[in-house]
Write a protein that binds this ligand. Sequence first.
Ligand SMILES: C[S@@+](CC[C@H](N)C(=O)[O-])C[C@H]1O[C@@H](n2cnc3c(N)ncnc32)[C@H](O)[C@@H]1O
Length: 486
Amino acid sequence: MTRLSQKQAGAYYTPNRVVSNLVRWAVRDESDRLLDPSCGDGRFIASHPNSVGVEQDTEAVAVAKERAPGGTVHEAEFFAWAARTHERFECAAGNPPFIRYQTFKGDVRRRALELCASLGAKFSGLTASWAPFLVATASLLKPGGRMAFVVPASIGHAPYAAPLLDYLVEHFDDVRITAIRRKLFPELSEDCWLLHADGFGSSTTELCFSVLDHFKPSAAPCETTLVPVHEWRGSWSRRLRPYLLPAKVREAYRAAASDAGSLRFGDIASIGIGYVSGANDFFHFRPSEAETWSIPSRLLHPTVRNSRVLPDGDLTVQTVDGWRRCDEPMMLLRIPKDADLPRNVLRYLDTDRGRQVRGGYKCRMRTPWYSVPDVQVPDFFLTYMSGRAPSLVRNSAAATCTNAVHSVRVRARKSARRIIEGWDTPFVRLSCELEGHPLGGGMLKLEPREATKIVFPAPALASELSAAETKEAVSTMRKWRHYAVQ
Ligand SMILES: C[S@@+](CC[C@H](N)C(=O)[O-])C[C@H]1O[C@@H](n2cnc3c(N)ncnc32)[C@H](O)[C@@H]1O
């Protein structure tokens, strides 16, 4: 078996105090048979003599065999093994590999998705590996069985985590997620939470959600919020992150969001990504370069190339003039599909770099290759990877933008005022935190589909929660995404 990089294989081993805690919970009797579906160096199976580990990495298998001489270690790809084994287990514990969809592909992903679909859990091709791993593992439990796993904190917001949670509530009578704020793996950008599921073969209408500041080996009982499954599905679009907040804040947010006078961002504007040129260094000109090549000004359009160049509040003609004076690469070569090409432009397109660029994937896929599609002049720019908070910047300079920022086009003029007045209020800030998701390194990411859900509350309702309470909730969410509060 080939040796994959640590990242490709999702091979990050669990700290011992977490291992012993999960195994102690999962194993209730000496005779219980324990499965670790991705056992790595065998630290979970070494904690209980009657164990089975599966691992695809040859070197890790050798270490696991040495470490857990009483156990059985199968050198195998887990989904292939799971599809053919007839063995069933009282319990399972471990830490499934976290391999993002870009790397989780080929035969392994096909097998994983097919196996899960046959079990009733439908994952899309965008799933990371760990979620199907847990569904397949659960299906190998005996009736009444249980499992305890380290899981990425994206279980609290990722769309691909929803089929897993749906599967769990339909197949266990107790499903518990523990959010842990301080990192279990300080070297990783991803936070890790814990999952405990008990009573396989039954079902539940509630998820138990607990919040810990840091992992406690003693497993002292911590406060649990009961999350009705219908509420998680309906009010929170299958997200658990809102339950990091006090019930009062959640309820006020929910009430405001469903009030007839409130609007979602998507009701009043369309939000999308800017253009993808395929080669910004080639399609973006500095004024001096445009002059050298004698590019006609009708084929040049001022553009926002990244969020760093955006000022606060309003992008004015004066700001764009400042970029021009500083000779920044601030103009997009914007050639309509059917334009007659001036000789100088043809010369530019035919340079060595031009020939190289036209062979690139994006340019190859469009006709003509030099005509950048989806160039819009939005009403606002919206940053989608933000530290403190996403910025919304009015486009008074009729500029366009790359996909490094979102483009926002309002449907009716009068809505622009509501957006501008609402944006910097604590409630909308909170809404950005709840509808967006943490990206690691303290950043908040806002995909277009998430931005469309941002709530602009009916003015009367915003007061249901005091500004201080709302700000406190915003700072709680920032704390959970590790944004250093200044
Ligand atoms: C996060 S590590 C966990 C190891 C161990 N359970 C622990 O927590 O210390 C995940 C392990 O899964 C293994 N792995 C990744 N994909 C696999 C697959 N499809 N089948 C079997 N093992 C796999 C990796 O080689 C890695 O050792």
